[in-house]
Design a protein around this ligand. Structure first.
Ligand code: G2I
Length: 453
C-alpha cells in the first residue's frame, strides 16, 4: 500500500482524546496509508467522489455494494427531473427520488439534486406551455421541489443545458428560453429562497474546452450573475467524453477560470468512452485537473458499471459489467491518493463534554485552505451517550462564511455557533455526523467546541 503525506487519519486520533484531556486541542499532521475507495481518497483533499444512481437498480446487490463502498455523493440519474417529480401540474411525485435520497443519506452520503429546470424531460403538460403560464409553472416547480428537499441537498443543478452548441455562443432555444432571457436567474432566485442551504449550480455539457463559444457564453453568464448578485454558487461541467469530444488539453484552464469567478466547480456527469490504458489515462487527466483547482470540489461519474451507462456500448465507466474494477478505476484512485497542488488540509480536534449524560460530544474540523478561501468540514462525534441535538462553537477571526450545509449558523464571522438541522440531531453513541462551510479569507484557528443537548 502506498503512503501519502496528504492522508489524514482521524479515527485513531480521536480515539486518543480521552476524558483526561477534555477541552484540549491538538493539530494533526499525520500520515497514513493510502485510501482504498474513491470516496475516502477524494475526502483526503476535502473533495467528494460521486455517482449517478438509478432507483430501479437499488435492489441489485452488486450495484448497491459498489455504491455503498466507493461513493460519498449521489445524483439521481432521472428521478428528480421535472417529468418524474411533477407528472401532472401541481401533483408532485417523489417516490423514486426519495428511494435514492434515503438510501444515500442512510449510508452517510450527500446528494446532488438534478435538475430543477431543463428544456428536456419536461412532463407532457409543460411541453406545450408558453409565456407567463410556463414561467410561473417553472418557478412553482423549482420552489416546490427545492422546498420538499430543503436541508437534504448539497447542491442543486438549478438549470441544466440552457446554452446552444456550436459557434454562436448564445442560449438554446426552448419553451423556457422564450419566456424571457431572465428565466435562468429567476429560477436561481426561487431555488435560493426555497433552500438557502443548498449550493446552486448551473450545469451543462460541451463546456469543457475553454476556447469553445459555448464555454465562453456560460462563463459570461456566471460572471454577470456574480456581478449583479444573482445567487449562484457553482458550475457543473458534465464532461461526457468520447473520440468525437475528447478531454480537451485546456480542461484544467476551464475549471480554473470558472473557479476564479468565485464559484465552486464540480465535474458532474463524467464518463469517458474507451478501454484499457488510454481510457485510464484520460480519467487520470480529468482527476488531476480537478485536484489542481482548489475550488473543484468533487467529481461524479454518470453511473457505476459500464452496463449501467446511458452509453453502455462505449464502456465509459470505472467498473465493468460484472462490477470488477477497471484500469480506469485504479488510475482515478491513484490520482486521488497522490493529491495535487490544491488546498492544504489540517485537522484540529477539540473536545468538550457538556450537556446531559456523561457522553458529551467531540468536534473536529478538517480545513482545506487555499490562497483567499477555505472549506471547513466539521465532524461531530457523540460520546458514550447518543446525542439528541448538538451545537458547535467556532471562532473565525480572519474570514467570512459564504455558504454552509447541514447545520444552522448564528452568523458569518467571529464567534459563530452552529447547531444541528432536523435530520442530523440524533447521533448514536460513538457515531458521527458532519456539516461544513466555505468562506473567504482564512479558516485557521476555528477551534470547534461541541456541546451536547
Ligand atoms: O444524456 C446524458 C445526460 C446528459 N446530461 C443530463 C443528464 O440528465 C443526462 O442523463 C440521461 C440519463 O442518463 C438517461 O437515462 O438523460 C436521459 C434523458 O435525457 C436518460 O434517458 C432516459 C431515456 O431517454 C428514457 O427513454 C428512459 O425512460 O432514461 C429514461 C429512464 O431510464
Amino acid at each position: 500500500m502506498k503512503l501519502t503525506s496528504r492522508s489524514v487519519s482521524l479515527i485513531p486520533l480521536v480515539a486518543t482524546v480521552s476524558a483526561a484531556v477534555l477541552g484540549a486541542s491538538l493539530i494533526v499532521t499525520a500520515t497514513a496509508n493510502a485510501a482504498t475507495t474513491l470516496g475516502a481518497a477524494a475526502a483526503q483533499s476535502g473533495r467528494y467522489f460521486g455517482t449517478a444512481v438509478a432507483a430501479n437498480k437499488l435492489g441489485d446487490s452488486t450495484y448497491t455494494g459498489i455504491l455503498n463502498r466507493e461513493f460519498d455523493m449521489v445524483t439521481a440519474e432521472n428521478e428528480m427531473k421535472m417529468d418524474a417529480t411533477e407528472p401532472n401540474q401541481n401533483q408532485f411525485s417523489y417516490g423514486n427520488a426519495d428511494r435514492i435520497v434515503n438510501q444515500a443519506r442512510n449510508q452517510g452520503k450527500r446528494v446532488r439534486g438534478h435538475a430543477l429546470a431543463w428544456h428536456s424531460q419536461q412532463p407532457g403538460w409543460m411541453q406545450n406551455m408558453s409565456g407567463t403560464a410556463l414561467r410561473n409553472a417553472m418557478l412553482n416547480h423549482v420552489t416546490q421541489v427545492a422546498t420538499y428537499y430543503r436541508g437534504k441537498i448539497y447542491a442543486w443543478d438549478v438549470v441544466n443545458e440552457a446554452f446552444a452548441d456550436g459557434s454562436g455562443g448564445g442560449r438554446r432555444d426552448s419553451n423556457l428560453q422564450r419566456t424571457g432571457n431572465d428565466w435562468i436567474e429567476a429560477a436561481f432566485r426561487a431555488a435560493r429562497a426555497a433552500d438557502p442551504g443548498a449550493k446552486l449550480c448551473y450545469n451543462d455539457y460541451n463546456t469543457d474546452d475553454w476556447s469553445h463559444a459555448k464555454t465562453q457564453a456560460v462563463y459570461r453568464m456566471v460572471q454577470d450573475f456574480k456581478s449583479r448578485g444573482v445567487p449562484i454558487d457553482c458550475v457543473g461541467l458534465q464532461s461526457h467524453f468520447n473520440s468525437n469530444s475528447p478531454v480537451p488539453s485546456n480542461y484544467q484552464t476551464t475549471l480554473q477560470n470558472f473557479a476564479n469567478l468565485g464559484v465552486d466547480v464540480q465535474i458532474t456527469e463524467l464518463d469517458i468512452e474507451g478501454s484499457g490504458s488510454t481510457q485510464a489515462q484520460n480519467y487520470q487527466r480529468v482527476t488531476q485537473a480537478c485536484l489542481a483547482v482548489a475550488r473543484c470540489t468533487g467529481i461524479t461519474v454518470w453511473g457505476i458499471r459500464d452496463t449501467d451507462s446511458w452509453r453502455a456500448s462505449g464502456t465509459p465507466l470505472l467498473f465493468d459489467g460484472s462490477g470488477a474494477k477497471k484500469a480506469a478505476y485504479n488510475s482515478v484512485l491513484d490520482a486521488l491518493n497522490a493529491g495535487g497542488p490544491g488546498p492544504t488540509t489540517t485537522t484540529t480536534t477539540t473536545t468538550t463534554s457538556n450537556g446531559p449524560g456523561p457522553g458529551g460530544c467531540t468536534a473536529s474540523v478538517s480545513l482545506n485552505q487555499w490562497n483567499g478561501g477555505f472549506v471547513a468540514t466539521v465532524k461531530v462525534t457523540a460520546g458514550s451517550s447518543a446525542l439528541r441535538g448538538w451545537s458547535v462553537a467556532t471562532t473565525l477571526s480572519n474570514g467570512t462564511v459564504t455558504g454552509s450545509w447541514s447545520a444552522n449558523r448564528s452568523g458569518t464571522s467571529g464567534a459563530i455557533t452552529w447547531s444541528n438541522v432536523d435530520y442530523n440531531a440524533n447521533v448514536p453513541a460513538g457515531q458521527s455526523t458532519e456539516f461544513g462551510f466555505q468562506g473567504n479569507g482564512s479558516g485557521a484557528g476555528l477551534n470547534p467546541a461541541c456541546t451536547a443537548s
